[in-house]
Every structure is written in C-alpha cells, then in structure tokens.
Design a binder for this molecule. Structure first.
Ligand code: SAJ
Length: 406
C-alpha cells in the first residue's frame, strides 16, 4: 500500500492516479477539514478531469485520513515555501512529515519526497531526521526524490504523459519506485541520484522564469519607445532557433515564482541572471499599475474606483490564487493608501478581497477601465462586452480599437 502524505495540488491527483491504476492507496493530510471534504465525495480544487479521476479512484477503494499509515512506501507531497528574507527553501513541512513517518514506518520502507526542494535539502534536513531515529539509510529506510512536473490546467494529461525523474541512493530502489510510477506514467522515467533530481526540478522552473523575464523585459523596452512587443516576438519566433515566451502582468503560482529563489538564496554571488530575472518578473504588477495611471490620465479618468481588474488567479482557467499578479498588484496599491480597485474572477466564488464581484456583467457595469490580468476563457468568449470600455489588455487577447497593452 502507498501512503500519500499531503493531499494538495500535487498529492491529491497523484494519489488518485495511482489508485485508479489499481495501486492500493491511502491519502493522509493533517487538515481534517480537507480530509472531511474528500470523504464526503467532493474534490478540493477545480482541475479538468479531476472529478472523473476522483470517482475512478473511489471505486478502486482509495481512502483518506489524517493518520499516517504503517506501510512500505510513502510519497511526501507537502508544500515547500521559501523564506521571504533569505530566499532559501523552508523545508519545515517536509521535515515534519518525515518525522511523523518515522514514528510509524517499519524497517525497509521507502520514503519518496515529491515536494520540490532546493539541491542539498534532502542531505541537509531529511537524512538527519531518519538518522536521529537510529535507522540506517539504505538499510532500514530508503530515500527517493521524485519531483513532479505537471502543470495546473493540464494536470491529468501531464501526469499520464510527462517524462519523470527519480533520484535514489541506489539503483535497485530507484527501479522499484520507477515501476510504481510506471503503473500510470507513459513517459520516460530517468533514474539518477537524489542531488541531481533535486537540481533538475529547480533548474526546469528557473529556465521558464528566466525566459518569461526576458519577454517581460522586452515589453518594457518596447513600451519605452512605443514599439509593438507582440509583433516583434511573433516575427522573432519565426527564426528556427528563437522561441520567446509571452510578457504578462507578472508571475504567480507556487513554482515559477518560488523555486528559482532557492538558487539565488543558496548561490547569491553566482546566480545573477536568475536574481535579476526574478526581480523583473516581480516588478510587473507595479508596471501594470503605472500603466493604469498613465491610461487614466490620457483618458481624463480621475476615479480609481471605476477601474476593474479582471482575474484573481495566477493564470488562466485555474482556481489557484497563490501569489497571483493581481494579489501582488493589490498589495502594492494598498501601500499607497489608494482606494482598492474593483475585482472579478469567475473561478473565485468566495469573497477574498475588497470590492470583489461575482458576476461579469455587474462588474463591467461598475467600471470604465478594465485591466485584463488573466486570460480566462470566459473573457475570451465575451470580448464584445469590453467594446465600450477602455481596456488594458495584459495578454494581447482583445482585438478592439480601445485597447492598451503593457
Ligand atoms: N507566464 C507568463 N508568460 C508566459 C508563460 C507563463 O507570464 O509566457 C506566467 C503565468 O501567467 C503564470 C506564471 O507565469 O503566472 C507561471 O505559469 P506557468 O504556466 O508557466 O507554470 P506553472 O507555475 O503553472 O507550472 C510550472 C511548470 N514548469 C515548467 O513549465 C518548467 C510545471 O511543469 C511544473 O510542474 C510546475 O511549475 C511546478 O509544480 O513546479
């Protein structure tokens, strides 16, 4: 039986995927409310195909509990935030999970860490926890690092099809865990050592962060001299070896805006490009705010309360708001004691910020300037509703005459 510890955005789909492929799974989370919701037969976040997968896993007998199980395989998928000041990974949740596993794990068990950690974290923080319990790593307990790669919005497809990396101290255990993931994963699964696996995960997200920062920097350069960044990127991307990403109002989520900081935190005097890229991405919400003021001035608008932000989530068609550019923008705006802008997101049904709307039409009725922060399908399908508004389109999705860009 596999005990999946942490039933969040990664742990839950992974547990469900294993269970629906005939692996016996118990999902454990210390959040009793979350476990209660799952036990009532409801999923805890929205994701294409998740509900269907949940039904299949329930039919195959998956169980959810707050208790850690006595078993031979554990998968740890708990959050790994970073310390705001030092930028280093905060492994406290991983450490706590491994400590609790050690209270129940029998000799010979394998602990698979799926959470993203910075290179060296397992050596520095996880091994000592196991050794403190007088277990010999490699004999009494085996350690594996199997970072995930799935993208919110396309998680279920990517769980099935992405290639995976498995880091293990010894190849035999690596191969055993590879077989477990191969129960559902159709991609190639590479077995390597733990430190390499830790590094690959962080490097993959850093690569994307740096490339997004490049697009954002281009947007700023083009704004400075009134050039069309989208046309420029489109043409450049026709070159066979150029593939520039899209500028946007900022970078959010729990991966691209977090993981690269681990490298900056650990190698501050070396990771210069990464550091600068992260700062560029972090500067985008303020850049948008400045654009709002410029556009208001140009159009003779004086009432900030007639400005509305469309979208609260960190990207399109997901209900995840973690570190979203809109939240970053609102935080920054609050610092200036300015009245809060109006906000609407079709995916956020709870009231989470001031002046939040729950209906597109009433939101649009109450604003003159709309800032498209997130390119949800809803707004793409309703572009005509923006016709009589002034629009700051941060994603180049509106083909209307009254549109401004970042
Ligand atoms: N963004 C841009 N411009 C772009 C692409 C993205 O501004 O051209 C923004 C998005 O709007 C969003 C942020 O970047 O705010 C991050 O979104 P994303 O779709 O690039 O990535 P995530 O954070 O949803 O998922 C990433 C993925 N990593 C890579 O693509 C290298 C995913 O495969 C990882 O599993 C995930 O991080 C993770 O958990 O680490």
């Amino acid at each position: 039986m596999i005990n999946v510890i942490g039933l969040g955005y990664i742990g839950l789909p992974t547990a469900l995927m294993l269970a629906s492929h005939d692996v016996e799974v118990v999902g454990t989370d210390y959040n009793a409310k979350l476990v209660g919701t799952l036990n009532e037969g409801k999923t805890t976040f929205k994701e294409d195909g998740l509900d269907e997968l949940f039904s299949q896993a329930l039919a195959k007998g998956i169980k959810f509990t707050t208790e850690y199980q006595v078993t031979d395989t554990y998968i740890v998928s708990v959050p790994t935030p970073y310390d705001d000041f030092s930028k280093k990974v905060d492994a406290c949740y991983v450490i706590d999970a491994v400590k609790t596993i050690m209270d129940v794990a029998p000799k010979g068990a394998v602990i698979v860490i799926e959470s993203t950690v910075s290179p060296g974290t397992i050596d520095k923080y996880v091994r000592p926890v196991i050794e403190a319990n007088n277990f010999v790593i490699g004999e009494d307990i085996h350690l594996v690092h199997a970072p995930e790669r799935i993208i919110p919005g396309n998680m279920i497809y990517e769980l099935l099809h992405n290639n995976r990396t498995i880091g293990a101290d010894n190849v035999e255990i690596g191969e055993k865990i590879k077989t477990m993931y191969a129960s559902f994963c159709q991609g190639d699964i590479v077995v390597t050592d733990i430190r390499t696996a830790e590094m690959t995960k962080v490097v993959e997200n850093t690569f994307r962060a740096v490339n997004i920062a490049f697009a954002n920097e281009l947007a700023k350069i083009c704004r400075h001299d009134n050039m069309d960044v989208y046309e420029i990127i489109k043409i450049c991307n026709m070159h066979p070896r150029v593939n520039i990403l899209q500028p946007g109002p900022g970078v959010g989520g729990h991966c691209i805006s977090v993981d690269p900081w681990f490298l900056v935190g650990d190698y501050p005097s070396i990771a210069k490009v990464i550091d600068e890229s992260m700062r560029t991405n972090d500067s985008m919400p303020d850049f948008v705010l400045n654009r709002v003021y410029e556009i208001m001035k140009e159009n003779g608008l004086t009432d900030v309360s007639r400005v509305g932000l469309y979208g609260l989530t960190y990207k399109e068609n997901v209900d995840d708001m973690r570190d979203s550019p809109t939240l970053q923008l609102l935080k920054s705006q609050k610092k200036h004691l300015a009245p809060t802008l109006k906000v609407y997101d079709p995916f956020i049904t709870d009231d989470v910020v001031e002046n939040q709307y729950h209906d597109l039409d009433s939101f649009l009725n109450d604003v003159d300037l709309v800032v498209v922060m997130v390119k949800h399908n809803e707004i793409k399908d309703n572009i005509e509703k923006l016709q009589n508004k002034i629009v700051l389109d941060c994603h180049n999705i509106c083909d209307l005459p009254n549109v401004y860009h970042i």
